[in-house]
Design a protein around this ligand. Structure first.
Ligand code: PNS
Length: 177
């Protein structure tokens, strides 16, 4: 039986299909995947930690082998408390690499038992980020297929009607202006 616990940390503000894709890729590889929401962000999040936990728990309810927790302080300390040694991070593009590499090496320096595993989300999500999700939603863009429905609904309640009230998305052939 695989008892390896993987910790997938992040802001998840909000969770999108790229995150869920990484989680689904991890599930067959690890005994347990702990999705860890950072609680002490300096930047002003769109959703509170409780809201982010709720969304993740709702979306992961039918995915056995996953647990959702919040943490504050150093990730390596949280991992120690869990008895976990493996951090999972999604690597979407080369542009992610430098920041992720620094973080992985700093975490290993802080705790040499901690190793970071990088997972590539499906290429359909390689340009997707929570920041862009919020921006596109605010501006009325179509996020179908990129963000789960319950998250879209919460974005609507938090930020206004957004895509729900937007006209039909442009066809690909129509040039953006
Ligand atoms: O989704 P994000 O915002 O890219 O996630 C970043 C996160 C939460 C993984 C990172 O900021 C983190 O681990 N913060 C906890 C504090 C910490 O341990 N800092 C040192 C990491 S090198």
């Amino acid at each position: 039986m695989n008892r390896t616990v993987a910790v997938y940390p992040g802001s998840f503000d909000p969770v999108h299909h790229g995150h869920l894709d990484v989680i689904d890729r991890c599930r067959p590889l690890f005994g347990e995947v702990v999705v860890a929401v950072l609680a002490n962000e300096e930047k002003q999040p769109c959703f509170s930690v409780e809201e982010r936990l709720e969304m993740l728990r709702e979306l992961l309810a039918d995915r056995p082998g996953c647990r959702v927790e919040s943490f504050s302080g150093l990730l390596v300390d949280f991992m120690d408390r869990l008895g976990a040694r493996c951090v999972v991070r999604g690597l979407r593009a080369v542009s992610d690499f430098e920041y992720e590499f620094q973080m992985a090496l700093m975490n290993r320096r802080l705790n040499p038992r901690v190793e970071t595993v990088f997972m590539m989300p499906h290429e359909d999500y390689s340009y997707l980020s929570s920041r862009l999700v919020k921006e596109v939603f605010r501006l009325g863009g179509d996020l179908t297929g990129l963000v789960p429905q319950p998250v879209l609904e919460r974005l609507g309640r938090r930020l206004g009607a957004g895509a729900a009230a937007a006209p039909a998305p442009r066809r690909a052939a129509e040039p953006a202006r």
